[in-house]
Design a protein around this ligand. Structure first.
Ligand SMILES: *Cc1c(COP(=O)(O)O)cnc(C)c1O
Length: 430
């Protein structure tokens, strides 16, 4: 949360946010397994609580291991500050919290992770917030949906369950004209494949559970602030631009400038909502993130190979991967995610629901799990699992029709992945 870094991605993913431990010289970031930090004296304690001096107080707010990870993700996304929290879903609430209030709404893409659809269509109503779901390819509809109570626009860069790429520049221009921040969930793309801030995003959120950790060990989330939004340009964001009652009347934007959002997220958000990442989780994610670019290159190469093979197989009805020339979103890849369209896509299988269930049960290398972004290849049949409670129409709208499976292509040998799909498809469609 210092100056913007000048080093390249491959260097930052290993070094950003981490210096040898000042106490011991430990080269790897230690797991600071502590709840509290001893104040030098009463004056030091007072300065910390007044935000006059930055330092550690209590691990619900900040912890050195977690801070190293936050700083690294901020560097990779090209932001000015940010926080880590307990899960991707926590990150979404943490991103919205300083912006929202009862009666306020967000304008969101219809193409979102299933859990996010549920969080936005039901759970946030308990806070008096609401979401308007819009097709983000219909830019007029996005514009029309933004009203006086809208406090953010929300989408995914590469949208789960795959095959859709958001025209971030167009959506950022609309948000900017309306004077509201654009929040982009960059989980499926990672900062290696897509930089939402370069395309005009105000905030970037992550489920670090997925590719950033990369090995399916811990849940976590992150929020990164670009530092580019003027919270005082209107009266829409009083928590940031007027005296905040929840923090003895501090005007965060006046006092902290581009770090207003980050400090509010720590001093009020993490303090009162408590959606804190623990240092063990930060450790696992720090281990994973060191190899992010290497893994993503291999994920993309494998996904391209597997998607191409599937598209040309006559047991398959269709493949939604945006890296295929047949995808309606193929032209957006060059601009939004030039290093590749990720490794997540859906496949429609001939033989419908029964064939999909048999396919999932016949695979040996693939794991049938409700996760994505692991080194291992993963599959899920949404219609019989995560989307079971929906009607067939709702399943289709969510890209989870009964004849569709979602693949998260891992970094095993591509030929082994294809061989496993080949044998399982034979059993499923015979
Ligand atoms: C998994 C996921 C989330 C939710 O993250 P959790 O860490 O599971 O809470 C949000 N958005 C996307 C795109 C995801 O893939």
């Amino acid at each position: 949360m210092t100056d913007k870094p000048t080093q390249a991605f491959d260097t930052l993913q290993i070094h950003a946010g981490a210096n040898p431990d000042p106490a011991t010289g430990a080269r790897q970031v230690p797991i600071y397994q502590t709840t509290a930090y001893v104040f030098r004296d009463a004056e030091h304690a007072a300065a910390l609580f007044n935000l006059q001096e930055v330092g550690y107080i209590y691990s619900r707010l900040t912890n050195p291991t977690v801070s190293a990870l936050a700083e690294r993700i901020v560097a990779l996304e090209g932001g000015v500050g940010g926080i880590c929290c307990s899960s991707g879903h926590a990150a979404q609430i943490m991103a919205l919290f300083p912006l929202m209030g009862p009666g306020r709404n967000i304008v969101v893409s219809t193409r979102l992770y299933g859990g996010t659809v549920t969080q936005f269509s039901h759970t946030i109503k308990r806070f008096g917030w609401s979401a308007k779901f819009v097709d983000f390819d219909d830019t007029d509809a996005v514009k029309a949906a933004i009203d006086d109570d809208t406090r953010a626009v929300f989408c995914e860069s590469i949208a789960n369950p795959g095959g859709y790429i958001t025209d971030l520049d167009a959506i950022a221009a609309i948000s900017n004209d309306a004077g509201v921040p654009l929040i982009v969930d960059n989980t499926s793309a990672t900062p290696y494949l897509c930089n939402p801030i370069k395309h005009g995003a105000t905030l970037v959120v992550h489920s670090t559970t997925k590719y950033l950790t990369g090995n399916g060990t811990v849940t976590g989330g992150a929020v990164v602030d670009s530092g580019n939004f003027d919270w005082s340009a209107s009266d829409k964001f009083p928590s940031l631009s007027t005296p905040e009652d929840a923090y003895h009347g501090l005007n965060f934007h006046a006092a902290l400038g581009p770090m207003a959002f980050t400090f509010h997220s720590i001093a009020v958000g993490l303090r009162d909502l408590g959606m804190t990442m623990n240092p063990q989780a930060a450790h696992y994610t720090l281990m994973g993130i060191e190899t992010l670019s290497l893994r993503m290159d291999k994920h993309v190469a494998n996904a391209e190979k597997v998607a191409n093979w599937l598209e040309n197989d006559d047991r398959i009805e269709g493949v939604t991967y945006a890296g295929l020339k047949s995808s309606p979103y193929y032209d957006r890849v060059k601009n939004i995610c030039p290093k590749g369209a990720g490794a997540l896509f859906t496949v429609a299988v001939k033989g419908g629901y029964d064939a999909c269930v048999k396919l999932v049960d016949s695979l040996e290398l693939f794991s049938h799990v409700a996760n994505l972004g692991d080194t291992r290849s993963l599959i899920i049949h949404s219609a019989s699992t995560t989307h079971r409670q929906l009607t067939e129409e709702q399943q289709e709208a969510a890209g989870a029709a009964p004849n569709v499976v979602r693949l998260s292509i891992g970094i095993e040998d591509a030929d082994d992945i294809i061989a496993d799909l080949d044998q399982a498809l034979s059993k499923a469609t015979s």
